[in-house]
Structures are given as structure tokens and as C-alpha cells.
Design a protein around this ligand. Structure first.
Ligand code: 4AD
Ligand code: MG
Length: 430
């Protein structure tokens, strides 16, 4: 008999199916056993009635423990009380393995314990829901960009130079040379944009950040679109349409998962372009008015971002930051060179910066001056300067942090749950 999946049981109402699954949980009333089964595609309750099944099937059900693996056979019955809308009237059980002493019991466990058992914790309904949403976010990202004329281009992971400052680089030897794990594919995407027009990368990036916050991972995944002949203003329009699409796509396809996570979806339904824009100057003014001690020229921390976010009901762009603490490649505002043509997109509800982006410097002279100011060895960046020497054009791009986006859309306290195997300051296992 061909295997069915829990996701598709609705197509088999009234019929007999066989499903490969695990026992998630079990309740018994002496004469009936209620098996909570999961197969990765969903959850369903299997009902074993002692008076209706052969003795060996009843005994097999009695012996099943949490996370035991099995093939189950049963008749699909509509049941409006259950989450899936269906139940399984069990007729047969083939046990694959009885799991002994599964380490994650339905009782409460501490975060460190769960993190040590991340390889098993992923099986829980909540963690599964997060991974399903993550997968749909990636799907939406690729749909949007592929449908809007972007080509996917893969940047290298091992690089000779830094993109986002030299303080948090992961160093490694590359035979006799020094190499670093990439912090961002951007510089390579700029080269690709000069070859293909509109491009994006999607891959892992690394920051040896000593910060232990609920928004920072050491290894995280970034989506980095880069566009030739696109200026700062046009860059923002792409970003707000892109993010709106992703959020609405998840709302459409992941209702059940968002429900499992207890997410208030009304806050997400509102995420439709256009998004509000304020300058860094205005953000400083708003922060000072609401009692924060911050002066012009200082960067924002999490409490500042949250304060600004709480003043809006959609993601908000903060634009035109001081050049002094932003990346070397950002183009100065021609009318006011002390600020740059950049924007951070701050997610609502305190989830912080999900996008950093900017128009890039296109003038070779200015680019060279920036290398000197930022003490970036020109040798490693010679190729990057070439992009400004041979047919330079105005161009812009941005980076969307996948895990912060997952945290926001799922409504999670901490980014450690947004990635299958998080790399954190004190965690490399499992
Ligand atoms: O603002 P960032 O550093 O920008 C760049 O890397 C640019 N080169 C992107 C570009 O223009 N192509 O990072 C972009 C985003 C942030 O907004 C945040 O969402 C995420 O990446 N991010 C992190 N996410 C998790 N953990 C960290 N340590 C992160 N650092 C950045
Ligand atoms: Mg940033």
C-alpha cells in the first residue's frame, strides 16, 4: 500500500491509508487509546478501540512510547473537533522502533537543555511551525525576486577582504594566505549587477560578534539584491514591495503554523507598501522628545529602534545616517555629504533592523579616499575599484536578514529559534 501523508488525508476521507510516522503523545482510557501522530507534514489523532482491533494491534499501541517510529494503517474519518479536521480509525500498527527514554518530555525544559537537544527539539510542533514558516519566507523571497527580473548569483564564502568593518571578521588560513568568512555578499553582487543588471544572493554570512542579544547570530542567512541604475529612493520602493509580498505570502500559506505559534496576525495583515520614512535627524528628535539620551552622531541601539518602531504600525525606514559610523561604500548625500544615502528598515513590535541598504559610491576618486580613511588595503579591493573605473553607474542594494525576518513574522522572543542549528556566542553544538 502506497504511503499517504497527514497533510493529504482530506483526499482520502472514508478510505484506508498507511502513513509513516512517529508517536508524539498518547492518552488512554483503558478501552481506547488516542495516539497523537506526526509525520512532518502535520499532526493527526489515531484512535485505537480495543473491541474493534486484533489483540496484537492493541498490544502494539500499548507499547508505543514518545517518538517511537511506526507505520500506521487506518480509515480516515472526518472530525470537526480536531485541528486537521480528520481522525484515523486505526486498524494496523507496524512498529519500526520503540524509542526508549526520549530526552524531551512534555514537561518544561530550560533553554540550554533544549538547545543541547536541538536535533530532537526540532520535532516539536512549535519548532516545526517555525521551520515551515522559514521555508515559506525563502520561497516568497525567491518568487518575488525571480518574477521581478532578478538573477540569482552566488558570491564566495571565503574572501580576502571585509565588507562590514574589520572588527567582527572570522579569520582562517587559506593555504599560505589569510582569508575571512564572508560578512556579506554585497561587494560581489555589485560586480554581478554590472554584468547582469538586477541580481541577488542568498547565502550564509558570518560575524564574529561578541554581542549576546536576542537579535544576533554568529552565522545567519542574508538575501542581498543589488541593482544597476537604481538610486536611493527607488531602492526603498523595491524594499517595501518586497517585504510586503513576503509577509502576505506567509499569511496566505502558513495560517496553521502561525496559529500554532500564537501569532497575532492582525499586525501582519497591515504590512502593505508604502512604509513610512523618517530621516536619522528626525529619529534623533523623536528619541529625545520621548526621553532618550542620545545626541546627533550616535548610532542606535535596540531600545532606540524599538522606540521608533512603536511610533508606527508598519515597518519604518530610517534614512540618511551620518557617514561617520556607516559602511565605507555608502554614497554621501550630494546636498549634505556628512550623511549617506542609506536606509535601515526597522520591523514593528520591537524586532529591530531587518534590512540595511544604500546607494553605493560610484565615483572612483571618492572610493579610493574611503579606502584610505577606513584603512582598507587597496590590494584586496583593486577589483572593487575596477567597477568604478570601467563603466561606473549609479547603483543600490540591500540585505535582508532572514532570521530576524523569521523572528518578526513568527513573533519569537529570540533569533535562536529561527534557524535549524543556531551558532551563538557560546554555542557550536549540535
Ligand atoms: O546592516 P548589515 O550589516 O548590511 C550588510 O551586510 C550590507 N552589506 C547588506 C547589503 O546592502 N547588501 O546587515 C543586513 C541585515 C541586517 O539588517 C540584519 O537583518 C541582518 O542582516 N544581520 C544579522 N542578523 C542576525 N545576526 C546578526 N549578527 C546580524 N547582523 C546583521
Ligand atoms: Mg545594519
Amino acid at each position: 500500500m502506497e504511503l499517504a501523508t497527514i497533510r493529504d488525508v482530506s483526499r482520502h476521507a472514508g478510505q484506508s491509508v498507511r502513513i509513516g510516522c512517529w508517536l508524539h503523545n498518547k492518552r488512554s482510557s483503558g478501552k481506547i487509546q488516542f495516539l497523537q501522530l506526526r509525520d512532518g507534514t502535520g499532526f493527526i489523532q489515531g484512535v485505537v478501540v480495543k473491541s474493534e482491533v486484533p489483540e496484537d494491534v492493541w498490544e502494539a499501541a500499548v507499547k508505543l512510547t514518545q517518538e517511537s517510529s511506526l507505520y500506521i494503517t487506518g480509515t480516515v474519518r472526518e472530525d470537526t473537533r480536531s485541528q486537521s479536521g480528520f481522525e484515523l480509525n486505526v486498524t494496523g500498527i507496524e512498529t519500526i522502533q520503540i524509542a526508549v527514554d526520549y530526552p524531551i518530555t512534555p514537561k518544561e525544559h530550560g533553554v540550554d537543555y533544549l538547545m543541547d537537544h536541538r536535533h530532537l527539539w526540532l520535532r516539536s510542533p512549535r519548532q516545526r511551525a517555525i521551520m515551515v514558516v522559514r521555508s515559506h519566507i525563502i520561497r516568497a523571497v525567491q518568487h518575488y525576486l525571480d518574477e521581478n527580473g532578478f538573477y540569482l548569483v552566488d558570491p564566495p564564502i571565503l574572501t580576502p577582504s571585509s565588507c562590514e568593518g574589520t572588527t567582527n571578521l572570522f579569520h582562517t588560513k587559506y593555504f599560505d594566505e589569510d582569508a575571512y568568512l564572508t560578512q556579506s555578499g554585497q561587494l560581489y553582487m555589485e560586480a554581478a549587477a554590472m554584468a547582469l543588471g538586477k541580481v541577488y544572493s542568498f547565502g550564509p554570512t558570518f560575524r564574529a560578534e561578541k554581542s549576546k542579544t536576542r537579535r544576533h547570530l554568529i552565522e545567519f542567512w542574508m538575501i542581498e539584491p543589488e541593482m544597476a541604475f537604481v538610486d536611493h529612493e527607488q531602492n526603498l520602493v523595491v524594499q517595501e514591495q518586497f517585504v510586503s509580498y513576503v509577509v502576505q505570502y506567509v499569511l496566505k500559506h502558513c495560517r496553521k503554523e502561525l496559529e500554532t505559534l500564537g501569532r497575532d496576525v492582525s499586525r501582519l495583515e497591515n504590512v502593505q507598501a508604502p512604509f513610512p520614512r523618517i530621516t536619522y535627524d528626525e529619529a534623533i528628535r523623536r528619541l529625545q522628545e520621548s526621553g532618550h539620551e542620545i545626541a546627533w552622531g550616535e548610532d542606535f541601539g535596540a531600545p532606540h529602534e524599538t522606540e521608533i518602531a512603536n511610533q508606527f504600525d508598519k515597518p519604518v525606514f530610517i534614512t540618511h545616517y551620518p557617514a561617520s559610523f556607516k559602511a565605507f561604500y555608502m554614497k554621501p548625500d550630494p546636498t549634505r555629504p556628512e550623511v549617506v544615502l542609506c536606509a535601515d528598515m526597522i520591523a514593528p513590535e520591537g524586532y529591530g533592523e531587518i534590512i540595511g541598504g544604500s546607494q553605493r559610491i560610484d565615483d572612483p576618486q571618492l572610493m579610493q579616499e574611503r579606502f584610505a580613511e577606513h584603512e582598507l588595503g587597496e590590494d584586496a579591493y583593486r577589483w572593487y575599484l575596477d567597477l568604478r573605473r570601467y563603466g561606473t553607474v549609479p547603483h543600490s542594494g540591500f540585505g535582508l536578514g532572514l532570521e530576524r525576518t523569521v523572528a518578526w513574522i513568527c513573533g519569537l522572543e529570540h533569533v535562536r529559534e529561527t534557524i535549524p542549528f543556531p551558532r551563538l556566542l557560546n554555542r557550536l553544538y549540535p
